[in-house]
Design a protein around this ligand. Sequence first.
Ligand SMILES: Nc1ncnc2c1ncn2[C@@H]1O[C@H](COP(=O)(O)OP(=O)(O)O)[C@@H](O)[C@H]1O
Ligand SMILES: [Mg+2]
Length: 313
Amino acid sequence: MTVCQEEIQKMTLQAPKTGTTIQLFTGKGGVGKTTLSTACALGYAQTKRTLLLSTDPAGSLGEIFGCDFQEQAVAVSPNLDVVELSRRAVLKLWHEKFADDIFTVLSAFLPVERDILDYIEGAPGIDEEFMLSYLLDVQQSGKYDMIIWDAAPTSTTLKLLELQKLFYAHLTDAQKMYLKFKGLFKDADPLQLIGQWRQLTQDVITMLKNETSAWIVANPERLPVEQALLIAAALADFGIKVNGYIMNKLLSEEICDGSDFLEKKFRAQQRWRESLISRTALPILQVKELTGDLTDPEELLLLSKKLDISSFL
Ligand SMILES: Nc1ncnc2c1ncn2[C@@H]1O[C@H](COP(=O)(O)OP(=O)(O)O)[C@@H](O)[C@H]1O
Ligand SMILES: [Mg+2]
C-alpha cells in the first residue's frame, strides 16, 4: 500500500459527522432508479428536509414533477427540493467556482491564455469531479436531513469514485512537485490552491465513506443482476456502505396463470431472484411489476411506504 492509499484508508476515521445523510440509488439503466429514488424522497419528505438530486444524464425528474430542475434546486413541497444536474449545468458551476483558481495556478508557470480553460473543461471526468464537489457543498450546508441521489448508470458512477482517489494522489504529487519550485512564482502561490483542492478531494472521499450508503436496483434478469453484484463489490471496495438490493419489476405468480409466455417469464425471473439471493448476504427488497402511473406522486408515496427502506438502514 502506498502512503497515499494509506491516507485515503484513514480518512473515514477523521471526518466530523454533519447530520446530513446521503442515500445513493444506482444500477443498470432502466431498472427503476429514478422511480424508486423519487418514491423514497417523497417518503422521507413526510418527516425530513429532503433533497432529491439526479445526476443521470438521461434524467426524467422534470417529467415526473412537471418542472425544470436544471442548475438550481426547486422546492416541490415544503420539505422536498429537487435538482437535476446536467453536464452543462455542472460545467457552468465549475467555471464559476474553479476557473479563476485553475488559471492562476497554470499561468504561474506556463505562458497560457484564458482559453486554456476551455480545453480543461473538455477533459474527461471534470463534470463528475465537480458534481461531487456540488454534493459536498449541499451536504455540508446543513440544509437537508436526507439527500436522495439518483445516480447515473453504472460505469459513470464507478469512474467517478475511482477518479477521486486518482485526483487525490495526483494533487499529492503536484504539491510535492510545486514545493521544489517554491519561490519561483512571481504573481501567485499555486501551492496554497493545490492544498485547498487536495482538502476538497479529501472531504469528498470522506463524505462518500462516512455519510453515504447505497441501494442497488436490479431487475430479475441476467444483466441487471450481474451488474448489480459488480457495483456492490466496487462500492464496498471504495468504502461506501451498501444497504442492500432492490429487485424491481417482479411478476406476480397470479397474473401469469394461463399465459404460457408470462409463466415462462415468471420462472426465468425467479431463477435470477434466487441467483441474487444465493450470492449476497445483504437484504433484497422486492417490488412488483406495477400497473399504476409511476409518475404520479401519490402512487410513488404509496410505493415508498411499502418499500420502507429506512427500516433496513
Ligand atoms: N415496479 C415497476 N413496475 C412497472 N414499471 C416500472 C416499475 N419501476 C419502474 N418502472 C418503469 O420503468 C421505466 C424505467 O424506470 P426508471 O425509474 O426511469 O429507471 P432508471 O432511472 O433506472 O433508468 C419507467 O418507465 C418506469 O415508469
Ligand atoms: Mg433514471
